[in-house]
Structures are given as structure tokens and as C-alpha cells.
Write a protein that binds this ligand. Structure first.
Ligand code: NAP
Length: 253
């Protein structure tokens, strides 16, 4: 008997929403979820989500693009109203959109702090608030937030980002407790260094330094993260809640 068939995950078609689906990790997650037959609502700030949704549709799968600034509470609330009216309920919510504004605390402005907290942390609260009520009525749900190794162990130059990501862990544990009775799980995935536009901005010197502290000796791929999200979103992931999963090549050991 092949071991592959034993490992196959069960996915019943659902409505999923992925923030930051226009590029990088979010794009890989959106494509992966769509491949299971889920209808994937792709969210990004610019038009990148439109191309991703169109590519998914071109493969005969289901997607929709919504361009919205996730740090804007009113805009997210409006988008959620439209989504709930059109789809009934989102059952899989992936809070992935994120930015960095790296500086040492002494040089970090209030704007740097607020931009990162609102985009990486408050946004997750806005989406949960807008989508959770219909999700509870379905008695099935998955809320998965993409945090970071920085939220697990901190990182010089990233006070705003570390606080936002660690905040996602607190939000996740609380949602897990509040929503367990409705069969909704909440988990976080904490990537290490993943090759995307976000890390592409770093100098070669910094990249080599980071490579030196990754026990598995390579940078991660967007597929490494999508695979963990895939498992948590599947039926088989249904008994796991309130957890933070490091997918970082051993960085946070
Ligand atoms: P990325 O390549 O820079 O893509 C970020 C995505 O988020 C883009 O689609 C972007 O939209 C969207 N986004 C940013 N601000 C937004 C806003 N205000 N409203 C709506 N969408 C917004 O980033 P990535 O590397 O894939 O990272 C994805 C997530 O993983 C982030 O939360 C990041 O913190 C986390 N993470 C990444 C790494 C890594 O090594 N790459 C490590 C740990 C954690 P546009 O396309 O329109 O710009």
C-alpha cells in the first residue's frame, strides 16, 4: 500500500479568505486552498490579488479578488458585510497580510510603530470581528494567523513587528478559548526566513548572517508555510487549537 494515500488530507469545499494573497506566502496559501476546491477570496492592498484570483479561475478553480487596506477598520467592516451577503459565511480565515518598518527602538517613529501594529495585528481583529458571527452559525471554522519567529523570540530592529506578531499569539489563544464551543479552531504559524519580496529587501550580508542561524541550513519556501496551513485547515487539523507552530528550519529552537 502506498503511504501517500494514508497521508492525504480531507478538505470539504468551503469559503476561504486569505489576506495578503497578492504575493509571497499569501499567494501560495490561496493557490493551495483553491486546489482543494475551496472558494478563495484573495485580499491585497494593491491590484496584485486580481491577478492571483484570475490565475486560480483560469485553472477551473474558484476565487474572487477584493482590494482593501486591511489596516482600515471601516474598509474591512464594509468588505466583510459584502462578503457575508454574497457567500453566507467565510469558514477558513487566513490572516497573512503584513509589513515591516525595521528600526532600532531609539530611531523608530510612532508612525513606524502604528503602521506595523495596525497592518499586522489590528487587521486580524478587524477580519475576525467582521466574519466570525456567520462562521459560528456554520459550527465549523478555522482561523489561522501568520506570525513570525520574531514574535516567538524577538529581534533587534523589529520591536513593532515582534510586538504585533506576539500579539497575534495572544489573540489566537483567546479566540481558541472563545470559539471552541462552536467547533472553530484558531492557530498561528510562525515562519522563519522565507524567500519572498519581504525578505528580498535585505542585504546579502544580512541574509548570510541569518542563514548561519538556521539549523536546517536553507531559507524556507512559501510552500513550506502553505503546507502547514493546509494541514491546519483540513478536517484532520480539527483537534488542534490555540497553538503557535514554528516553521523555521529550527531557528527558534
Ligand atoms: P510580501 O511578499 O511582502 O507580501 C505581503 C502581502 O500582504 C502583499 O500581498 C500585500 O499586498 C499584502 N499587504 C500588505 N499590507 C497590506 C494592507 N495594508 N492591506 C492589504 N494587504 C496588505 O510578504 P510575505 O513575505 O509573503 O509575508 C506574508 C506574511 O508572513 C506577513 O505577515 C509576514 O510578516 C509573515 N512572515 C514572513 C516571513 C518571510 O520571511 N517572508 C517570515 C515570517 C513571517 P500588495 O501585494 O497589494 O502589496
Amino acid at each position: 500500500m502506498s503511504t501517500k494515500s494514508l497521508m492525504q488530507l480531507t478538505h470539504h469545499p468551503r469559503v476561504a479568505l486569505v489576506t495578503g494573497a497578492g504575493r509571497g506566502i499569501g499567494k501560495a496559501i490561496a493557490e493551495r486552498l483553491a486546489s482543494h476546491g475551496h472558494t478563495v477570496i484573495c485580499v491585497s492592498k494593491s491590484e496584485t490579488c486580481v491577478a492571483v484570483a484570475n490565475d486560480i479561475i483560469a485553472k477551473g478553480l474558484k476565487a474572487k479578488a477584493i482590494q482593501v487596506d486591511v489596516s482600515d477598520a471601516a474598509a474591512v467592516a464594509k468588505a466583510c458585510e459584502q462578503i457575508n451577503a454574497e457567500f453566507g459565511a467565510v469558514e477558513i480565515l487566513i490572516n497573512n497580510a503584513g509589513i515591516t518598518r525595521d528600526k532600532l527602538v531609539m530611531a523608530m517613529s510612532e508612525q513606524d510603530w502604528n503602521d506595523v501594529i495596525s497592518t499586522n495585528l489590528s487587521s486580524a481583529f478587524f477580519w475576525v470581528k467582521g466574519l466570525v458571527r456567520p462562521m459560528t452559525k456554520k459550527r465549523w471554522g478555522r482561523i489561522i494567523s501568520i506570525s513570525s519567529v520574531t514574535g516567538v523570540q524577538g529581534n533587534a530592529g523589529q520591536a513593532n513587528y515582534a510586538a504585533a506578531k506576539a500579539g497575534l499569539h495572544g489573540l489566537t489563544m483567546t479566540l481558541a478559548r472563545e470559539l471552541a464551543g462552536r467547533n472553530i479552531t484558531a492557530n498561528a504559524v510562525a515562519p522563519g526566513f522565507i524567500t519572498t519580496d519581504m525578505t528580498g529587501e535585505l542585504s546579502e550580508e544580512i541574509k548570510q548572517k541569518i542563514l548561519g542561524v538556521i539549523p536546517l541550513g536553507r531559507f524556507g519556501t512559501t510552500t513550506d508555510i502553505a503546507a502547514m496551513v493546509d494541514f491546519l485547515a483540513s478536517e484532520e487539523g480539527g483537534y488542534i487549537t490555540g497553538q503557535v507552530f514554528s516553521v523555521d528550519g529550527g531557528m527558534a529552537i
